[in-house]
Design a protein around this ligand. Sequence first.
Ligand code: MSP
Length: 611
Amino acid sequence: MAARINYSVQNTLCLLNPLNYPVNAKTTHFKTGLNFSKNLIFPRKLKRPTFCTCAVSNNDRQSSEAAETFVLTTPLYYVNAPPHMGSAYTTIAADAIARFQRLLGKKVIFVTGTDEHGEKIAAAAAAAGSTPSQHCDVISQAYKTLWKDLEISHDKFIRTTDPKHEGIVKEFYSRVLDKGDIYRADYEGLYCVNCEEYKDEKELLDNNCCPMHLKPCIERKEDNYFFALSKYQKQLEENLRQNPNFVQPPFRTNEVQSWIKSGLKDFSISRASVDWGIPVPNDNKQTIYVWFDALLGYISALSAEKEQPDLQTAVSSGWPASLHLIGKDILRFHAVYWPAMLMSAGLDLPKKVFGHGFLTKDGMKMGKSLGNTLEPNELVHNFGSDAVRYFFLREVEFGSDGDYSEERFINIVNAHLANTIGNLLNRTLGLLKKNCQSTLVVDSAVAAEGNALKDAIEKLVEKARIHYENLSLSSACEAVLEIGNAGNAYMDENAPWTRFKQGGAASEAAAKDLVVILEAMRIVAIALSPVAPSFCWRIYEQLGYSKDHFNTVTWSGTKWGGLKGGQVMAQPKPVFARIENKTELEDEAATRKPVKSKQKKPQAQVAAEEL
Ligand code: MSP
């Protein structure tokens, strides 16, 4: 376990026990079978130290020099409108992956940011009566605030209006120009401003409507600079052959293959009609196309905060990315255009591009352009960030589309977080408080000797790890939840509350059972922490650990045996407040004053017989 307790058990127990009650005495009493329900094992006056403050060993963490770097990016979000739940979804998923990779001991560089140039943004600013630059400041800040509220742990936030980014885009453009891959030509076609892309007539709906935004595309004729994408057809095909996992999930590879196979057309990388952008080097009548600008944000983000970097310095700060996480609508840009641009500039390709599905409302992609969005601030405000993060990652199979319904949201988070995990922890701590002075009677390793639950949990944790590695986030959540289910079944089968009442050996066994269940809870707190970090910290806190301990724990801490005899648990306190559903609310409204928030006051549900 990474968060290894450095002290010997003996010393640890002395630290934990302010009365310095001899450890051996406790264990001896235990072995001789004193009646636990009478609380004879520990003196009643024993005061609880607030938390276990055991030092954490970093032995299992790789030193930062040796650690493998994992660079992970979200798309850079358009600032035409404030973020909605669809934008938050990519970032929540990226955050869970980043947190998991950190648990593995990797040096993670988690990049997110905003895409601030182009026609669409200029038009949104004008509509809001602002200058583009003021507008970008406001919306970019709205993203930053939401990321904070959702506990997003990004390391870099890049804005494409940042001067250091502009320098890098120009340098990249010049490299590609020097390679002979940029030429000037006239172009005439149908343009979707929302996609910021020329469209092929055959992909459009009636009236030349964009199938994504359901708005008509505009006839455009421009004298532009073009990127010679067609030159890279063979190299792109070769890349897919050599790296069959380059595009994920696997079914999206076929889509990319067929785009490439159907023949790649050069695309225009400048706009004569757009002022709000980075000027084309040596031709300030044109600005660089938003995508040829924004994709470079993945590299410019890597440079140190205050420095004005060149392309090479930024590249040497972490490029290539290990993973670009994107929605399926922008797969072509990431799996075709971007790799070709990088090939042209002589830079390495990202290792993987994962295209997830859409959050939909009534079957349509939720989005700023259609205006059918779900307000993430409201969800976080009403239900808390853990519930929002958990629901979307658990409910939507990562890679596929998923629809939101409030009823389903409430049912899932109540059943999983409040009941399966929260209530089990609370019941167990209640029994431990009543019968063992909130103190563990033996090490969890000893308590679980010959116990099948331990083996089952070890298997489930390994399953969760593999799912996280494969970006199967929903399945990872499911495996962790299974630990909670197994813990509940174990509790119900062994009914420790009855056995405490029997005294003697039955009491001893019951006390051990509580240690086993709490150890399972400790493991859940680590394994689910990428998805629901605050919730997991609250579990950890209940187990008597300090915040430092939680913050330095690694995945190897999921190994069975972390809880030690003598460790004192915190006062039982519910870790997740059940959410009232509408029906409950309506029923209650009829009988008493309306409730302000939808979250109930935390209440533990303990069966009467357990008391
Ligand atoms: N600015 C470009 C990305 C440039 S990356 C160098 C862009 N921005 S966006 O704001 O329109 O979309 C950003 C991300 O949000 C995309 O991955 C998109 O798929 C995702 N989502 C937007 N709406 C979504 C849903 N309704 N559901 C899930 N994700 C969706 O494209």
